[in-house]
Design a binder for this molecule. Structure first.
Ligand code: NAI
Length: 774
């Protein structure tokens, strides 16, 4: 269905419109981005052009590659509105004013083809108000697609269909949002704030009020309302600093003006002198002079964290706060604590959860939609109903009743039953009618999470597991912390190869952690270093090289399917696969030099081969070698799968999946497509320049050192790397085999690991998560 949307017009090139246009371009679909003509500006497209230019410099980047920006064509609504006739979907993302939006719709209706979808990104205006006065055809073509900021990174899009919205049109847009733009579509009803902002705004207002009323500090509020509730560690005040404190009164006004009388939200609305003053003085959060938190220069150098005293409004040194250990993971224990922690936690949870429960049937059809909206729109780890299950639906209802408060109907429907349960290997949710129903995944969505409910692993150890994902395909999953790679993983690779060889067809390497793999387990390596167990380290390097080589030459297709970080050894595993099916948000690179190491699991040869075979590379080994050297020695990481292709970590024909939930199914299909007539790759032979090439590379390194870009030890590591990449003692007449290159790599790695300067780097990284520039 997605094929039907071949070009999109986005009107409004502000924060949201520009970001939405960028994500459409990231999907490879051309976009026309229009805004108004700015008064007194000679360039009539200045606003839209300026938006694209700004995005090309923004961090985090809205575009997945610089070249994606070429798919965005800019214009203005006075000269180019008739060009919407070329487009299959029009997204309106202009100012949040009903009159201005309606005026624009009237103009759009004059020029658009019947059947072309039009959607608004409004965050608060009901759909029926938006289309008030529009003709039947326009109403049929119209829906709301509510994105979250920033549109590239936030997965949620709430879709609201009106009474007259044509189902096929809404399906077509939803399908495009899902497959092409990688979003999770949550169906929301046409009610104020839809789902996520309604609950989110209520939650934030409640949390701020309660902190002020109960004498809770901002640090305490964030410690209680953050991690223990599965909320990002920014908590509440940290989140407000991030999104901008000036947004609070805006959200409050818009919800207050549209919510029905008697909505519990109104109980949170009150004068906020402190917040008004902060906004007036420019203390709007991270984008302003500071927020509830700020960093100030410390006397002894560095920066110190300060927090606002909610009573006096003055900054004071931040005071760490925490929640008793037993209550950190146990919500019932948390809300039962005596004293201010328990009181604050209950004030927050009791209200937010009962508000969410009240919205079943009103803002969303079911609990799953509400949970998905909060997880994907506010980055909550658990949705409200998952939180209720952790607390116990019966407990929540009982405590509300004891306090003489209304108990939402759905809680009575649930009684003591959970909102989610596993039945016959399937996850089910409780409907508003009190029946359990299977959570049905859209076609083309395959999740290990679901497979795990219905089956047991074929094999597993402390760091990896093997799953049968059907049709003769096995999946190898990493399971250690950060999905770090160690000897156990290498063993499981060997096991998986044996299992596929015994009558199955293909192997997919995949997991559902936030990161595919952060690379080798450095902690383990440091442990070996500290007891000078050099032979153990050498053994690990050999085991990795052997395991990866076995994957590469296995007599069946191996497809890796990364998402998130795939660094160091994680990147090397991609490069030893027959093909990669990567989630669009994959960040991969050979980062070993950053900790004073060189790639040790075949990454050097694989990366060289890829660059040498890249159609963009000039012929001969030197250009590819210089590029490999530059990329590896400076530990460059691709910031998207598309960029990983440009950098040649991925091959031109490797696949990219935009929607995270579709990754495994796509990878499996790719693996199966390679089965017929599969032959393993031939062993490469390299012709490398040896000494002569090294001289050129060394020169470049000393130049960087002189400029102060490379530290003393960087140059040492770079020289060791250069020794590997140039093939050691060879010249262009000689052939260097893959095994010889692996040996060079191993030697260079061992030399690094024995060097105290590398050890200092690794230790620093393990302790602080940051590189040491020694
Ligand atoms: P913005 O203020 O950053 O950008 C609005 C843009 O619309 C401006 O570039 C303006 O020149 C342009 N514009 C105004 N009238 C126009 C017209 N008649 N024709 C064409 N362009 C026109 O606003 P933002 O934040 O991007 O919001 C846009 C829409 O998205 C609003 O409806 C807002 O409620 C909604 N929204 C905003 C979110 C956010 O976090 N900022 C999140 C989700 C939805």
């Amino acid at each position: 269905m997605a094929e039907h949307i071949n070009k999109v017009c986005v009107i409004g090139a502000g924060t949201m419109g520009a970001g939405i246009a960028a994500q459409i371009a990231n999907a490879g679909v051309p976009v026309l981005l229009l805004d108004i003509v700015k008064d007194g500006e000679a360039n009539r497209n200045a606003i839209a052009e300026g938006a694209v230019a700004k995005m090309l410099k923004a961090d985090p980047a809205p575009f997945m590659t610089k070249s994606a920006a070429k798919l965005v064509e800019t214009g203005n609504i006075d000269d180019h509105l008739d060009r919407i006739a070329e487009c299959d979907w029009i997204v309106e993302a202009i100012v949040e004013r009903l009159d201005i939006k309606q005026k624009l719709y009237a103009r759009i209706a004059e020029v658009k083809k019947a059947g072309t979808a039009v959607s608004s990104n409004t965050s608060t205006i009901p759909l029926e108000n938006l289309v008030d006065g529009m003709d039947e055809q326009f109403r049929r073509d119209f829906l709301i697609t509510h994105f979250f900021n920033p549109p590239r990174y936030m997965r949620l899009v709430e879709v609201v269909r009106g009474k007259a919205t044509d189902a096929a049109t809404a399906d077509k847009v939803s399908d495009f949002l899902d497959r092409k733009m990688g979003k999770t579509v949550v169906a929301a009803k046409d009610t104020p704030g839809f789902i996520a902002n309604r609950i989110g705004t209520y939650w934030l207002a409640l949390a701020v009020n309660a902190a002020m009323d109960q004498g809770i500090t901002v640090e305490e509020a964030d410690a209680i309302g953050g991690r223990p509730m599965g909320v990002p560690k920014t908590g509440i005040f940290g989140l407000l600093d991030l999104i901008g404190i000036d947004l609070m009164p805006l959200l409050s006004q818009s919800l207050s003006s549209t919510l029905p009388q008697g909505d519990p939200y109104f109980d949170t609305v009150r004068d906020m002198p402190l917040i008004e003053k902060m906004i007036a003085d420019g203390f709007t959060g991270r984008k302003g002079k500071g927020g509830f938190y700020t960093l100030k220069k410390a006397t002894g150098g560095g920066r110190e964290k300060y927090a606002i005293d909610l009573e006096s409004g003055e900054y004071r040194a931040a005071r760490p706060a925490s929640v008793p250990k037993h209550a950190q993971k146990d919500l019932t224990a948390l809300v039962s604590l005596d004293g201010k922690i328990g009181r604050y936690a209950w004030e927050l949870l009791g209200n937010v959860l009962s508000y969410s429960a009240m919205l079943v049937g009103e803002a969303a059809d079911n609990v799953v939609a509400i949970d998905d909206a909060m997880k994907l729109g506010y980055n909550w780890k658990h949705g409200p109903f998952e939180l209720i299950d952790r607390l116990g639906p019966g407990y929540l209802a009982k405590r509300l009743r004891e306090e003489g408060r209304d108990v939402p109907e759905i809680l009575d429907v649930a009684g003591d039953r959970p909102f989610y349960r596993i039945e016959d290997g399937k996850r089910q949710y409780l409907t508003a009618e009190g029946e359990y129903r299977d959570i049905v995944r859209p076609e083309g969505v395959l999740l290990l999470e679901d497979i795990k409910l219905a089956s047991k692993p074929l094999a597993k150890n402390g760091s990896a597991a093997i799953w049968d994902i059907g049709d003769g395909v096995l999946a190898l999953e990493f399971t250690a912390k950060m999905n770090a790679l160690d000897e156990q993983v290498m063993k499981m690779i060997g096991k998986a190869i044996g299992m596929v060889r015994d009558g199955r067809k293909a192997l997919v390497i995949y997991n559902e952690g936030s990161n595919f793999s952060a690379g080798a387990n450095l902690g383990l390596a440091m442990f070996a270093v500290n007891i000078a167990a050099w032979s153990e380290i050498d053994k690990l390097i050999r085991a990795g090289q052997d395991a990866y080589k076995a994957l590469k030459y296995a007599p069946f297709p191996v497809v890796s399917a990364p998402a998130g970080l795939a660094l160091g050894g994680g990147c090397e595993i991609l490069m030893h696969s027959d093909a990669v099916q990567a989630h669009a948000e994959t960040y991969t690179g050979l980062v070993e030099c950053g900790v004073g190491l060189v790639p040790g699991w075949g990454g050097n040869g694989e990366y060289l081969s890829r660059l040498m075979n890249s159609p963009k590379m000039p012929r001969g080994p030197m250009p590819a070698l210089s590029k490999a050297f530059e990329t590896i020695s400076t530990a460059q990481v691709a910031k998207s799968a598309a960029q990983a292709k440009e950098m040649a970590f991925l091959r031109p024909d490797d696949g990219i999946t935009m929607n995270r939930d579709r990754l495994l199914a796509d990878a499996k299909a790719k693996a199966l497509s390679l089965v017929d007539g599969y032959t393993p790759p031939e062993k490469p032979v390299y012709r490398l320049p040896g000494d002569t090439g090294r001289a050129a590379v060394d020169l470049a390194v000393s130049d960087f050192h002189k400029k102060g870009v490379a530290t003393d030890y960087d140059t040492v590591v770079a020289k060791r790397l250069a020794h590997v990449l140039t093939g050691g003692d060879t010249d262009m007449q000689d052939e260097v085999s893959e095994d010889q290159l692996l040996k060079l790599e191993r030697e260079a790695f061992m030399e690094c690991v024995r060097d105290p300067r590398t050890q200092a780097r690794v230790e620093h990284m393990l302790e602080t998560g940051k590189p040491l520039r020694n």
